[in-house]
Design a binder for this molecule. Sequence first.
Ligand code: FUL
Length: 641
Amino acid sequence: MRILFFSAIAAFIFICCACTPKEPQSPPSGYGALPSPQQIEWQQMDMYAFVHFTINTFTNKEWGYGDEDPALFNPTEFNADSIVAAAKSAGLTGLILTCKHHDGFCLWPTKTTTHNISKSKWKDGKGDLVKEFSEACKRGGIRFGVYLSPWDRNNAKYGEPEYLEIYRAQMNELLTQYGPVFEIWHDGANGGDGYYGGSRKTIKIDRSTYYKWTETWGLEKKLQPQAVIMSDIGPDVRWVGTETGFSGDPCWETFTPESDKDSSEPAPGQVQYWKSLNGTRNGRYWLPAETNFSIRPGWFYHTSEDDKVKSSNELMNHYFASIGHGTTMLLNIPPTPKGLVHPTDQASLAGFGKLIKEMYAVNYAEGATITTSSVRGATKDYAPENVLDNNPFTYWGTEDTVTTGELTLTLKALSTFSVFRLRENIKLGQRIDDWAVDIWENNHWKEVGKGSAIGYCRLVRLTQPVTTQKVRVRITKSAASICLSDVALFKEPVPLAEAVGKSQKGIVDKKGWTTDAKLSAAIDNNDQTNVNLSMDEWKKISSQGLTVDMKKAVKIKAFTYLPVRDNGYVDKFNFYTSQDGKRWDLQKAGEFSNIKANPISQRVDLEKPVSARYFRFEPLHVIRSFNQKEAVGITELGIIE
Ligand code: FUL
């Protein structure tokens, strides 16, 4: 009887243990700097448009001086809905408008300055472009954001404390009159020469103290608490450190901004911005990067760039190098003077949108069965299957002490794919350091990709599609337990046969051209060689500039200058021509406005074509790039006829 009694109790205990699930395991604690709800919301927007549109569109410039006549602004066929539609065709989820660029011209009827749209011819001065864009975005179901340049080359008060009041009042108008905005964009280009109310002078400001950014950001947070604020150091989103449309690999979501002057915490404009490309592993702040670039070489529309529009396939490369590294992608679409997106840009955007849609149409991991090295607790909360539910915040989790592990997916069927997507649940921080992905081929595992950092999104783009039924994801190093929220497999569509090609139209053949032997790398038609001289050496060799004999008369329409990456960008120049190499005519004195942030090939059109056998390029001023001495860098000079 007694034995029976104890046996019954033992059986009862056994049954209870077997049937009652283990205590639900509490979620792991967050690791390192964590995102705010606003940052999480913003990150999910993936990609959105930049629209650079202002007086520059009508003066064919990248940076207006600030003395432009507002009457010039007259986009006769402007249609915000069609611009929004072009952005949507690419799958873009928002639009940030240059409400005021460096030239100071305000695209809305602001009370803060008369240099605004009410003085333009457009709609007899009764129009409001900010309103048109914000409403079109709302109608189109995408979000709206604002860019307001801190540098104002028109305003007489720029450089004085009073200007800050004006800037904040402008921001106040933008953030109170046009509905919710998702992002506020602060440009880092600051100070220099300008019109400044007619004084036409150079104003230097101390970027670290002048703007008192924390007060402005405070105002912005108060007025639009849901918006993220972007600058080269955040506070919510960081500039990726280049305008070429690529981010570093890895590109950590966290960042510790370092001053380019001393060891203090930097203010915007004073940061070692190139470190932003990779971010900082275990950085002090959750400060993800935004990769901004233009669909054309410049930020504003120029007819001369109609044949230089990035193709759909090129946009795909940028997509993988931005979103694929965990940043967002901010793609600039500059409207024409008519106020429309140029047909070439439209075609490229729509083609890109189609490629993206096709790529994501089938997730070959869907319905896979998964085995794993280990799992946290016994509830579904951390089950490996969570990586298949397309929710970036449900995840496969491991016990606190387990920082390596693997998932093996057996796919529903033999599948052909070329892209892996991995995500971490970023609500719990960026935990994973290193990872690798394998496919099962010829009865063994073959590694097809590996890297560092996952974060919100990591795309592994294989060079060739692979066919298999089994894949493995290995987390080889993690700073805390694993919280992997996504494993997906896609097939990149075959690249489109592009309608838009880069034309070589008008480029004059350099064969036979001569110049000083020490400078010949500038005309050798080879982008791998360059002239790179200290200012002193340059002056010794070529006090007047680099003179080229083209050996025959050419009808010069424009010249081009390709700088040397990261060294000695020429930003002010004189360009001369001559028939006989003795008498010289100055054809153009100008600036390469945005060369520091965007050191691409620069094209300068002459007022009218000039027939000449000789030309001379005279650098007047160079910008020192980081850790380099003042130098003149020229990769190539070219002529367009
Ligand atoms: C730069 C500006 O100077 C360019 O004109 C452009 O607006 C780009 C997005 O930021 O710093």
